[in-house]
Structure formats: C-alpha cells, structure tokens
Design a protein around this ligand. Structure first.
Ligand code: SF4
Length: 375
C-alpha cells in the first residue's frame, strides 16, 4: 500500500471520505477513546504502511469469516481489506493448491516477526493433530510455524481463543485454542461465536495508531471489548430490575421485550461488548432479537455455563432458589447475591399481589408449567 494511495483505494471500493471518517469515529468509540483521537486514527490509517496478514482456518464453521464479510455498504470488510494486506485466506483467496501454499510460506520466510497471523477455528491436539490437516500438514504444525513466527496472532472467535464448541466435553479430538497449542506465540484472543468483526478491526486499528496491542485481561482479551458485563449494558435490564421476566417462548413478556434471565440468559456472568457494538454493523444482537445470551465469549461456556436454556446454576448456600421456587416465581440465584436478592424483592413487589388472586387450581397449573420449563 502506497502511503498516499489510501483514499484512492477506498474510493475505488466505493467508500467516500465521509464514510471513512465515520468508520474512524466508530473505531474510536469501540476502543473507548475520546473523539479527540479520531484525527489520530484517520492519520494512522492514511499514512502507516498496512501490515501483512495471514488468515488460517482450522476446526471451525467459518462463522468468523462470514461475520467479517457480511456487512452492508460501506463495509467494514472493505475498509479492513485496505487496512491490512491479506496475503492468505483459504476461504476467500483466488489462488488454490500449491500457489496458495506458496503465498503463505513466502510471508513466513520473508516477513518473519513482522506479519500478523489471524486464526479462526480450534486446533486438534489428539493423535498428533491428525483431525485437521491442510496440504498434508496438521493444524498444529501450521500454527506452530505461522503463529510462532508472527509479530502477533489474533485468535478470532471462541474456537481459536480457547477451543470453542469443538472442545466441549468430551472433546474427542482434543481441541484447544492457539495460545495453548503454541505457548510462545504473542496472542490476542477475540472470542465470540462468531467474533464481532469490529473487534478485529479495532485491534488492528489500535496497533496502527499506537504501535502497540491493546490492553488485555487475564484471558488475553482486549479490555475495550471484554471489560464490561453484558447484563450492565443490556436494553432489557430495566425489566430485570422491575422483576419482569419472560416465562415461556412467545408469551406476553417475550413479545413486550422483558428480561430473558428465566429462559437461561447468561448475561449476568458474561463480559463482552455485544450489546453496545452489536452485529451486522450495529443492527442487532442475540438478546435484542429475543434469545438469551449463552456467554459465547466466556472460556469453556459449553461446559461451565450449563445448557443454553437453563437458568444460571444455584449458588450453594445462598438459598434463593428454594425461596424463589417456593413462592412460584421461577427465579434462581447465580448472578450474585445482590442481583438476585434485588430481583426477587422486586418480583415479590410487582407480582406477588397479583398471584394471591389465583385459585388453587391455577397455582397448581403454574407450578407444573414452571417445573416443565425447568426440565
Ligand atoms: S439477564 Fe440477560 S436479558 Fe436480562 S437484563 Fe441481564 S443480560 Fe439482559
């Protein structure tokens, strides 16, 4: 990329100067930077040499590639393709076979320590890594070579970050994330199922603007994207606080946009910028669409967060489940004593009086419904 060619390159893709500045504004917001950083971001994107990237696809569903390609005009994908020089991406690249493999090898040989590796999908470790092979080499061998020699590796999506659904018990192929497979690699985890494309772009933009990777948490996730709890930014939170819970799919509460906690929402235990950045360029996110969050960005969510549609597990000793079920409200404790106590008190206040008017037969029916839902 020539330093003075950025605007022309964007223009050729139908992205106007105005769209570009809007993109820089979105990036500043995603990175939780004040508006004063917008010119600095724009300058970095216009003037800095774009980094070469190699995108590897291992044991996954290609959902992360879909995430970055599924966008409306002007696409983040279009802009990001001008921000990085994508030399290898099995799913979308034109070359195939030996020619494609040569592109990858050339990058590793000629740009050792200078390129960015982007990995999608988990890495099977069992039986020598034989469950995912490309051009006769296991994903493990390829990851060691490509990620081990990269400036940095972005593990995009939950599978590349910590193994994802492929690593759920009993994990028959021994899938792990990149950092576990290649401990010496410098890895930034961008979990999500799929990854949010804006978080990939923001990480690269941060690198171009400041010359460093963004600050990470203990799971190697950027704080800008994974530092805040979903529950605290959820548009249904007012209904949680008011004790208004969806009890069944399609019931009145569901139609009115009430809280999905009782249907198994893991938002109180999940950290991700899903509610603020959303997907498909800010169109929607699962909870907005009426589906409980299943904590896709949390390590081992399939094993530790319970079934998708089960309420968060009982907190031993808290005794709230007994209390909630006893009064027939269908609440359980798990998200922390403060939250649950608050919710139960609210529930009692807002629904308790109404329920005293039920006949014994109606009460019995409701208990059966609740029990069936829990099963
Ligand atoms: S429990 Fe889920 S739906 Fe309810 S407020 Fe929290 S994140 Fe939103």
């Amino acid at each position: 990329m020539h330093e003075d060619g950025f605007s022309q390159a964007l223009s050729k893709r139908g992205v106007s100067r105005r769209d570009f500045l809007k993109f820089c504004t979105t990036m500043a917001a995603t990175l939780a930077l004040p508006a004063s950083f917008i010119p600095k971001i724009a300058e970095a994107l216009e003037k800095k040499k774009k980094p070469v990237a190699v995108w590897l696809e291992f044991s996954g569903c290609t959902g992360d590639t879909e995430s970055i390609l599924r966008a409306t005009k002007p696409t983040i994908a279009e802009i990001v393709l001008d921000v990085i020089s994508l030399e290898y991406h099995e799913t979308i690249m034109a070359p195939a076979g030996k020619a494609a493999e040569k592109s990858k090898k050339d990058v590793v040989k000629d740009l050792k320590g200078k390129y960015i590796a982007i990995v999608e999908g988990a890495i099977p470790m069992k039986d020598g890594g034989m469950y995912c092979t490309i051009d006769g080499h296991s994903a493990l061998e390829i990851a060691r070579e490509v990620c081990g020699n990269a400036l940095a590796t972005l593990a995009v999506g939950s599978c590349a970050s910590w193994g994802g659904v492929a690593s759920a018990a009993p994990n028959p192929t021994g899938c792990v994330g990149v950092k576990e497979a290649v401990p010496k690699a410098t890895v930034v985890n961008l979990p999500g199922c799929p990854v949010n494309a804006e978080n990939i772009t923001a990480t690269i933009v941060h690198f171009l603007t400041f010359g460093t990777l963004p600050a990470l948490d203990s799971h190697l996730r950027p704080l800008f994207g994974y530092g805040k709890r979903i529950h605290d930014n959820c548009e249904r939170r007012m209904h949680f606080d008011a004790g208004q819970f969806v009890r069944k799919w399609g019931d009145e509460g569901h139609r009115l946009g009430w809280c999905l906690y009782d249907l198994g929402c893991k938002g109180p235990e999940a950290y991700y910028n899903c509610p603020t950045v959303k997907y498909n360029e800010g169109t929607s996110w699962p909870v907005q669409a009426g589906h409980p969050c299943f904590a896709c960005a949390a390590n081992n969510n399939w094993d530790v967060m319970g079934p998708i549609y089960s309420r968060l597990p009982y907190v031993v000793g808290a005794g709230y489940q007994l209390m909630a079920d006893k009064i027939g409200l269908g609440l359980v404790a798990a998200a922390g004593a403060g939250i649950v106590t608050h919710a139960i008190v609210k529930e009692i206040k807002t629904r308790g009086i109404k329920q005293t008017n039920e006949t014994e037969e109606q009460k019995a029916e409701r208990r059966i419904d609740n029990a069936e839902d829990r099963d």
